[in-house]
Design a protein around this ligand. Structure first.
Ligand SMILES: [Zn+2]
Length: 206
């Protein structure tokens, strides 16, 4: 079956969005490209040139992963780099895949400035954070922590199907198990879930 993997780092996987690494050439299937917050200090001119170029490719589905991470010491710089990438996405009319660590309350500020969908990837936080992001119309992409985290499972049960994606990120193994878990939590068939995720994808892609 066609299990779409919204965010992954496996160049062999063709049914999903591959996170392209600098200085790689565009992939032959859907990919995203961006400057990760943990590498902002290395955001050289070469990297920006690369991003400006690959982001225009037809297979480039999204800008990212980019975002805000509380572990980054140069906060001014990381905000600037994130802001520039959201502007780029806005200009290209492409969605943004967001990496966020303990900085969720600042995301709406960036969202208000653009007109493209934003997807917070690898979401595994509590209900109140999800509610806040929902209020500002973010999509959430859930990963493998969903398989063990009972609170996250409860959250997912109530979370709107038309606002979610599923992903393996950098984890080993296939995504099938995640689809099985979510379809049983939501009480729908895997086929229905696959169709819904396809719909969601169509809704955000340029
Ligand atoms: Zn990732």
């Amino acid at each position: 079956m066609n299990y779409f993997d919204f965010h992954h780092h496996n160049s062999r996987c063709k049914n999903g969005i591959y996170n392209l690494n600098f200085p790689d050439l565009p992939a032959d299937s859907l990919f995203s490209a961006g400057i990760h917050p943990l590498t902002v200090s290395e955001s050289t001119d070469e990297k920006w040139e690369w991003l400006l170029k690959v982001s225009q490719h037809l297979n480039c589905a999204a800008i990212g992963e980019c975002g805000l991470d509380a572990r980054v010491s140069d906060d001014v710089l990381q905000k600037e780099i994130f802001g520039r990438q959201t502007e780029l996405a806005n200009k290209l009319r492409k969605p943004i895949i967001i990496h966020c660590v303990r900085r969720f309350s600042e995301l709406p500020h960036f969202k208000r400035k653009v007109n493209v969908p934003m997807v917070v990837h690898g979401f595994n936080k509590k209900q109140s954070v999800a509610n806040e992001l929902r209020k500002h119309d973010f999509y959430l992409s859930f990963g493998k922590s969903l398989l063990q985290n009972v609170n996250l499972q409860l959250l997912l049960k109530e979370f709107p199907l038309e606002k979610m994606f599923l992903e393996t990120d950098a984890e080993e193994g296939s995504i099938d198990e995640l689809y099985r878990t979510v379809s049983s939590l939501k009480g729908i068939s895997e086929e229905m879930l696959i169709l819904q995720i396809e719909k969601n994808l169509k809704a955000i892609l340029p």
